[in-house]
Design a binder for this molecule. Structure first.
Ligand SMILES: Nc1ncnc2c1ncn2[C@@H]1O[C@H](COP(=O)(O)OP(=O)(O)O)[C@@H](O)[C@H]1O
Ligand SMILES: [Mg+2]
Length: 474
């Protein structure tokens, strides 16, 4: 009750003050001495220059002064000797360690209004502009996100509780898992925290404890608890915390991490440090409820195909419809046939899988998809280079053959689309270095021969920009 009153007073105090103080007022006051926020320590006593001290600390300071026989009046009268500079002290608690005030009911507007959640097909259409291929993944994700935020928005009508739409993404490295999540968070304008499951350990062991993912999210939300509570947490390399087989030691970074994550995935109150990634005496704490946080786990799950194949072969070789044993050996879409049972065999515990109801797979990227990735997305690598050179008024073109040659090189590296940038950067370095030297150059065409090291790029001077035969018109 008292806290509510305080908040109201806080708001009344702001009105009428200058804009700057209004901004400052979004943050909770922190006690200058013990660093506890006002919501914990109670009403603060304001000193000049935005310094606040809680009443406990104020009392303690006075007690100390009295007991020590300190002559306070003399202290204040010391001519210039003990000049306390409040202006400097104000900056001693960095903003990054302060929590934004919880907004009061009236001014609270949901980050995603129910009317603002676009329908799944619209979410997917947005994803299409950035992510090439992966049609099924984009569709599954759009529906899950739509349901999730609908659930968040209708929080109050909980007679029929809608299950949380946490997801598990399975796909080879460089197929766009992280990219999908990043794009999604950007489109929805929600904070996103990305963590590697490999860095997590059971609380008390060396490594980040599991709750550190939540404090990362808080940081991504600029310490705004409301925003963080509707954010997305992406846990990458989730396959690395599979249960270890045949081990006698305590599995502090595998099965225990899965166990430790159960509560978070489902929704629980977590106490996290503000502006730091470990709890210690000097860091203020705040509480975050993970009930509405969307968790997405991703991993490559190497050799999961073998498990799926074995299961399918076993099924196929039973009964009358017995099939050939190698029927699935060349099945490219084998990963799509994954079941919860296969993931359990892989080493994920059933309770963990139970909290990730939406499971989907991404395909490895083939040559054509890689070429598309080079040129089609809104922020495609080629478009980025074209824009850079356009600033020097130079037109940059790529032959179709050159693009396929880049894609072929990328496939050899076996790191999916991730290899593309490295390959392009390697040969674009010379172009980006040489071209601005000569003001007469009007257009550069990257050819297949140049990529393969058997020739050079085609350079045209200004005023003679005649399109070559076979070159794309744009
Ligand atoms: N399907 C895709 N469409 C567009 N770009 C992609 C796609 N897949 C990967 N990329 C590009 O490759 C980079 C690496 O992909 P990433 O999402 O990090 O792979 P991973 O699946 O290993 O998480 C991304 O930053 C993105 O630029
Ligand atoms: Mg990744």
């Amino acid at each position: 009750m008292a806290e509510n009153e305080d908040k109201k007073n806080g708001i009344e105090n702001v009105s009428g003050k200058v804009e700057e103080t209004k901004k400052e007022d979004e943050y909770e006051k922190l006690c200058f001495i013990c660093h506890r926020p006002e919501s914990v320590a109670g009403k603060m006593i304001d000193l000049p220059n935005h310094i606040s001290v809680c009443s406990d600390c104020m009392q303690r300071s006075f007690d100390a002064m009295n007991n020590g026989g300190f002559d306070y009046s003399q202290f204040m009268n010391m001519p210039g000797g003990m000049n306390m500079n409040f202006g400097d002290m104000e900056n001693q608690i960095p903003k990054s360690q302060r929590v934004k005030k919880k907004k009061t009911e009236e001014e609270k507007e949901p980050v995603l209004n129910i009317r603002n959640i676009p329908a799944p097909h619209k979410i997917k259409a947005q994803l299409d502009e950035y992510v090439v291929g992966q049609e099924y993944a984009k569709k599954a994700m759009s529906v899950a996100v739509y349901n999730h935020y609908k659930r968040v928005a209708t929080d109050t009508l909980d007679e029929i509780e809608i299950e949380k739409s946490n997801m598990l993404m399975i796909g080879p490295t460089g197929s766009g898992k992280t990219y999908l999540v990043k794009t999604l968070a950007k489109l929805l304008d929600v904070p996103l925290a990305i963590t590697d499951a490999t860095s997590l350990t059971e609380a008390g062991y060396i490594g980040d404890d599991i709750e550190s993912v939540v404090s990362k999210l808080l940081a991504a939300a600029d310490n705004d608890v409301d925003k963080a509570e509707q954010g997305i947490i992406f846990i990458d390399e989730i396959d690395k915390i599979a249960k270890k087989k045949n081990t006698s030691q305590r599995d502090v970074s595998g099965e225990s991490v899965q166990q430790g994550m159960l509560k978070l995935l489902e929704g629980s109150e977590v106490e996290v440090p503000v502006g730091a990634n470990s709890k210690n005496a000097m860091v203020p704490l705040t509480t975050i409820n993970t009930k509405n946080i969307l968790f997405i786990c991703g991993g490559a799950f190497p050799d999961l195909e073998l498990i799926i194949k074995e299961r399918l072969n076993k099924q196929a070789s039973m009964g009358f419809g017995a099939d050939l044993k190698d029927k699935y050996d060349h099945d490219k879409a084998i990963l799509e046939k994954v079941t919860i049972e296969d993931l359990r065999m892989f080493g994920m515990i059933p309770e963990f899988l139970g909290r990730l109801p939406i499971v989907f797979t991404l395909q490895g990227l083939d040559e054509d998809m890689l070429v598309k990735i080079l040129k089609e997305p809104k922020n495609a690598i080629l478009k980025q280079y074209q824009k850079l050179l356009a600033l020097d008024e130079v037109k940059l073109e790529f032959d179709e053959g050159a693009l396929h040659s880049i894609a072929k090189k990328a496939i050899k590296k076996d790191t999916g689309a991730r290899a593309l940038r490295a390959i392009i950067e390697e040969f674009m370095l010379d172009i980006m270095y040489e071209i601005p030297k000569d003001d007469n150059i009007g257009q550069v065409t990257i050819t297949q021969a140049y990529i393969e090291g058997t020739g050079g790029p085609v350079i045209q001077l200004r005023g003679q920009e005649v399109p070559r035969i076979g070159q794309s018109g744009q």
